[in-house]
Design a protein around this ligand. Structure first.
Ligand code: ADP
Ligand code: MG
Length: 218
């Protein structure tokens, strides 16, 4: 038996072709099904559908053998108890600092002013600003980060950006890049050992599919 933890939405959708390359096809679409455990065309392979930020927890505890999680989520989790053998190069975006357009971020940084930063990514943000020697007050949010500067909750946000359309729609601009983000395959270390004959071929098929896609669209 092999259990894979995936989140609904872009991670699921972009993982589908990679799973197909490994011969795994889900029996249902989690978007339309209410089931949280989904079978596949392979009798021994199950998918469990969890929140994106819960994927590392399921895999680290061995409730799932394998998972797909964004670098953003893995950094916040810490990655303890997880192998991260493969960058799937999907769900690409970047983590960045954004403020209201016209906000004097550089000036505030230069003056060493006390800056309030709202984010879902408290750990990554803390490490980023500490590395720059900046003192910021971090405010933990669970969503809709873009609202924080507009509502006066914070001076800046740390959030994921892909097209920049959400920022633009809310009159925000990127003032600092933090890191590029993509989704990784994560594996429970015990499963890698005990289920090697199941895990290894899956890993190799996905690795080949990622490489093939990269050379098709460089
Ligand atoms: P949730 O809202 O539950 O976090 P998402 O589907 O928005 O679920 O995000 C899942 C993962 O997809 C994130 O952890 C991140 O790695 C990636 N992601 C999030 N936003 C974007 C985006 N705008 N573009 C590309 N990838 C993204
Ligand atoms: Mg989202």
């Amino acid at each position: 038996m092999l259990t894979l933890a995936l989140s609904k939405g872009r991670i699921f959708n972009e993982t589908l072709p990679l799973l197909a390359a490994a011969g795994i096809v889900p029996a249902e679409d989690p978007e339309s099904s209410r089931r949280l455990i989904i079978g596949t065309n392979q009798a021994g392979v199950l998918l469990v559908i969890v929140r994106a930020s819960d994927v590392p927890t399921y895999v680290a505890h061995g409730a799932a053998d394998i998972g797909v999680a964004g670098k953003d989520v893995l950094l916040e989790h810490g990655g303890e108890g997880l192998y991260q053998p493969l960058d799937l190069e999907i769900a690409r975006c970047r983590m960045a600092v954004a403020t209201k357009r016209g906000f004097d971020w550089a000036g505030m940084v230069q003056r060493g002013a006390r800056i309030r930063v709202a984010t879902k990514y408290v750990k990554t943000a803390r490490e980023h600003f500490a590395a720059k020697g900046m003192h910021v007050d971090l405010i933990k949010l669970y969503g809709s980060m873009e609202l924080a500067p507009l509502a006066g909750l914070a001076d800046a946000i740390v959030d994921l950006v892909s097209s920049g359309n959400t920022l633009k729609a809310n009159d925000l601009v990127v003032v600092e890049d933090i890191l590029p983000v993509s989704a990784r395959l994560i594996v429970n270390p015990a499963a890698l050992k005990l289920k090697r004959e199941l895990v290894q071929p899956l890993l190799e098929a996905m690795r080949n599919a990622v490489a093939a896609r990269r050379s098709a669209a460089p």
